[in-house]
Design a protein around this ligand. Structure first.
Ligand code: FAD
Length: 252
């Protein structure tokens, strides 16, 4: 995974909200990282490959956008993004969009932010800007990854937990046997954390549809699994027509 900072060259970033995404692009002729699969068919074309990426930086940061990106070895764009060096140029769409924002969450609610891998990116933006440390309202981050070294922004999240008693960071890894140093934290998937009652333990109260909103971001199977679990407890997925307590952003 990489953290990539992209600065506009000769134009200003528009106003945007935490949780939204921008579009990055590189031509097919751009080199691919050696860590990826070869893709000889595309190597000579100047056609732009574009993909959406959630912004991890705060909207108050006006000079650049920060992205948190994982390598898809067989992918079209990420192997090219991973081959970039500091100072290289790439395309950044001038439009920043998306509905996965805190506008959808009413005041006075606990928040559970559930992510897999780079699905943490929009939450970092929210935590770095809009989310305050409340006395009574809790914010819980549940983050799933394969290995401990895939748990991004760990130092920043642990520091937030240290300084805010109502902020809770609960990481979980699915391949503890591959750890170099024995992992003493949670193992399995983020869905298991909910079942184990860890959110209730952290908040000191049971998360219910009338006191908690849940955001889900990243891997579609995690999102579908969590929606099934939450629906069984009375939570409803928010749609354009019908507001609910579950807000989801699928990455593919
Ligand atoms: C709104 C939105 C926001 C996104 N934000 C991010 C982000 O912040 N960081 C990020 O890394 N990706 C993000 N993505 C995914 C991103 O747009 C690309 O799909 C991804 O980088 C793969 O591009 P590629 O061209 O290398 O692979 P492609 O050739 O397009 O292959 C796509 C396949 O790659 C896999 N894949 C896609 N995204 C991921 C991922 N994040 N982790 C693991 N496998 C994946 C899936 O199997 C998918 O079918 C976001 C997608 C959406 C729709």
């Amino acid at each position: 995974m990489i953290i990539l900072r992209v600065a506009p060259d000769g134009w200003q970033l528009p106003k945007w909200e935490s949780g939204q995404f921008a579009v990055l692009g590189l031509p097919e002729s751009a080199p691919r990282t050696m860590l990826s699969d070869a893709d000889p068919d595309r190597a000579n074309s100047d056609k732009l490959i574009r993909r959406a990426y959630s912004i991890a930086s705060s909207p108050d940061e006006r000079g650049y956008l920060e992205f948190y990106i994982t390598l898809v070895q067989s992918g079209a764009l990420t192997p090219r993004l991973f081959a970039l060096k500091p100072g290289d140029r790439l395309a950044l769409g001038s439009k920043i969009s998306g509905m996965f924002t805190l506008d959808e969450v009413p005041e006075g609610q606990n928040l559970v932010l559930v992510g897999t891998g780079t699905g943490l990116a929009p939450y970092m933006s929210m935590l770095r800007s809009e989310l305050q440390c409340h006395k009574d309202l809790h914010t819980v981050v549940l983050l799933g990854a394969r290995h401990s070294w895939d748990l991004g922004y760990r130092g920043e999240l642990i520091a937030m937990q240290r300084y805010c008693p109502t902020f809770h960071y609960i990481p979980v890894i699915s391949r503890p046997n591959e750890e170099l140093v024995k992992w003493s934290g949670q193992t399995g998937y983020v869905q298991d954390l909910w079942d184990r009652g860890l959110v209730e333990m952290a908040m000191g109260t049971r998360p219910r549809p009338d006191n908690t909103h849940v955001l889900l971001c990243g891997n579609p199977s995690m999102i579908e699994g969590m929606i099934a679990q939450l629906s069984a407890e009375g939570f409803v997925e928010s749609t354009r027509k019908e507001p609910g307590q579950i807000h989801a952003e699928k990455y593919w």
